[in-house]
Ligand binder design. Structure first.
Ligand code: A2P
Length: 277
């Protein structure tokens, strides 16, 4: 497949792409790019006025750099009320999309398919007391959307955003997000005392270490937070991370008596994968 342009950058600001926008796609301007580490960055793009989605859903993202562009699923990290769309991405040197996407700058163009979908939505869960958001790596993205949505606080008393990464520097996106939320004039008061951010690191020294799954299995997560062990009466969960993490965390939810839900059959937990390679 011819997917690369000869130059170093995928699409130069202001330069029209020589490829037509594929049917069913929006071509959207990049507004902001922030790099966190060699492997992580976030970007914000213009939101088409007619584009509707539910917080927690994902869309397909590509670049106008080929006749048949490569698309990958990206959770929208901004909430449904935001006038821009935010995404949080890894950078893979040979990744068919991310090797190019990591080079975008404000003014460049990104393609987005028109339909949003996904299972990590409030509608797929029955009401409950605590909502657990279990994430690793870029799996925090859909939760970045949901923790900024007032609807999440209407439905649950307490929201526990649990994020596990290899290194402390990989936690920064989530830390910045939560800090901004707490000082936000509109939603800050709503999240006060109700949004709890629990971070853990696996590959370097950090105040809390260990995999999210091990912290659940040992009960340390619940002890640290002073809440009872997870159970079907009060707890609901959403899971987003690598395939292995999804599988292991799902087993733990089942083991704690929670039932898996879906859009058409709300229950006690839902699973999604952080797709991008
Ligand atoms: P570890 O360092 O022990 O592999 P990745 O970047 O590979 O997706 O990993 C992100 C974080 O998820 C790392 O802290 C990693 O821990 C952790 N992780 C990897 N596999 C699992 C799993 N099956 N269950 C829970 N956490 C996992």
């Amino acid at each position: 497949m011819t997917e690369t342009l000869a130059n170093d950058r995928p699409i130069l600001a202001g330069e029209p792409s020589s490829f037509a926008v594929p049917a069913g796609c929006h071509a959207l301007a990049v507004r902001e790019v922030q790099h966190y580490t060699d492997t992580l960055f976030r970007f914000r793009i213009a939101r088409p006025p007619e584009f509707r989605f539910r917080s927690g859903e994902f869309v397909m993202i590509g670049l106008p750099n080929a006749e048949k562009p490569v698309f990958r699923a990206y959770s929208v990290a901004s909430p449904a009320w935001d006038e821009e769309l935010e995404f949080y991405s890894i950078k893979v040197p040979d990744g068919p999309l991310t090797q190019h996407l990591q080079k975008i700058r404000p003014g460049d163009t990104v393609l987005m398919r028109k339909k949003a979908t996904g299972t990590l939505v409030n509608d797929a869960l029955l009401p409950g007391k605590r909502l657990w958001m279990f994430s690793t790596g870029t799996g925090i993205a859909p939760f970045a959307s949901l923790v900024r949505d007032p609807e999440t606080y209407d439905k649950f008393e307490a929201i526990h955003l649990v994020h596990g990464c290899r290194t402390a520097s990989e936690l920064k996106y989530g830390e910045d997000l939560v800090a901004a939320l707490r000082s936000d004039p509109l939603i800050g008061e709503l999240v006060e005392g109700r949004l709890h951010h629990y971070t853990t690191v696996t590959r370097e020294p950090f105040p809390r270490q260990g995999r999210v799954t091990d912290l659940i299995a040992s009960g340390r997560l619940f002890d640290d937070l002073g809440v009872p062990r997870m159970g079907p009466a009060e707890d609901r969960a959403m899971i987003c991370g690598s395939m292995a993490m999804l599988k292991d965390t799902k087993e733990l939810c089942l083991g704690h008596g929670l039932e898996e839900g879906a859009n058409n059959k709300p229950a006690q937990f839902v699973v999604e994968r952080a797709f991008v390679d």
